[in-house]
Ligand binder design. Structure first.
Ligand code: DAH
Length: 345
């Protein structure tokens, strides 16, 4: 072999490399081509350099220089390819992570209160502002507090198991919030000024105005010199604050065993303002509560001096207040948890 043959081979290798480098697209093909030309054992160029020893002495320098030139060229070319590949990889991974800040974001839904909770808190706030405290009582109640101590005699229709959920003979799900009157009077001496909102239970079929579970709020005031006028004034003030200043309140004689005298409470119809409409069934008035002066018999159950103290009480449905306030015509909507309904509040 002469150095000329060798140099021809080097040229051929160089040209081959120039063709093949076009197919280098990623790290893998880059490593392949590097191995093919430069690997220490079998690289095409390495093999040529091994021939150096077989050349006549005087030709070695020329061939060696030429081979080193090709090697340097290939190495530089591989370097350039490597840089390009790394750049391309970085670019495409950045592209994958790119965030388009002009796209609309994912709107997070913020939870909010149930309409019954809104109304309950509103009622609580009104009474708290008038100096009342908010009491609580058990939903599983004894017949003593639910009936006996409220002057509801044995055999009274309200005690009928067809209307009341009994747990045992003397335990039931409270049918109203009135038992909290007695529990409160057992706990504290007058002056008493409390309200008690809570769940109550009756064996009613579901319909637009009935549910076996619903909500009431009870009010009890006992002190020296409390009169029926205080009852009326309190109800008037409350209804004006809750429904609006134009609202009037009317009391109609009625009977409840735990008050004497007792009265049904009506508010003027906020929908028609008087002349009569679908909601007030043409009367201009809507019944919202039962009320009255605390029956003296109750004081006997709790060791209050019936000669010294008088008081008033009233109780009504929170659900009903919410229906009137928001013009909702089906009680069931409160309990179905349909988001389309709940989102409106
Ligand atoms: N507890 C009665 C009911 O559930 C409502 C009621 C009437 C409450 C008269 C009272 C009252 O405090 O004085 O129907």
């Amino acid at each position: 072999m002469s150095s000329n043959d060798g140099i021809d081979k080097l040229r051929a290798i160089e040209q081959q490399f120039d063709r093949e480098r076009a197919s280098v697209v990623d790290r893998k093909s880059l490593e392949d081509i590097r191995t093919r030309y430069l690997s220490r054992k079998s690289g095409l160029l390495t093999l040529q350099l091994q021939n150096l020893g077989q050349l006549p002495r005087e030709q070695r320098a020329e061939f060696g220089q030429a081979a080193n030139k090709v090697k340097a060229k290939i190495e530089a070319s591989l370097e350039t390819l490597q840089t390009a590949i790394v750049e391309r990889e970085q670019h495409s991974s950045l592209e994958g992570e790119a965030i388009d800040v002009t796209l609309p974001g994912n709107r997070k839904r913020i939870g909010h209160r149930h309409p019954l909770t809104i109304v309950r808190k509103e009622i609580e706030d009104i009474f708290i502002s008038m100096g009342y405290t908010v009491e609580d009582g058990p939903e599983v109640e004894s017949t003593y507090y639910n009936f006996d101590a409220l002057n509801i005699p044995a055999g009274h229709p309200a005690r009928d198991p067809r209307d009341t959920f009994y747990i045992s003979e003397q335990t039931l799900l409270r049918t109203h919030t009135s038992p909290v009157q007695v529990r409160t009077m057992e706990k504290i001496q007058p002056p008493v000024r409390i309200i008690c909102p809570g769940r109550v239970f009756r064996r009613d079929q579901f319909d637009p105005t009935h549910s076996p579970m619903f909500h009431q709020v009870e009010c009890l005031v006992v002190d020296q010199g409390i009169t029926f006028g205080d009852l009326k004034g309190t109800l008037e003030r409350f209804h004006k604050l809750f429904f609006g200043e134009k609202t009037r309140t009317r009391l109609r004689p009625s009977f409840f065993p735990f008050v004497e005298p007792g009265a049904e409470v009506d508010v003027s119809c906020g929908f028609c303002g008087g002349p009569g409409c679908r909601v007030c069934k043409g009367t201009g008035w809507i019944e919202v509560m039962g009320s009255g002066m605390v029956h003296p018999n109750l004081y006997g159950f709790v060791n209050y001096d019936a000669e010294k103290y008088t008081g008033f009480a009233f109780g009504g449905g929170i659900d009903r207040y919410a229906m009137l306030k928001y013009d909702i015509n089906d009680l069931q909507l409160f309990f179905q948890n349909d988001m389309r309904f709940l989102q409106q509040f």
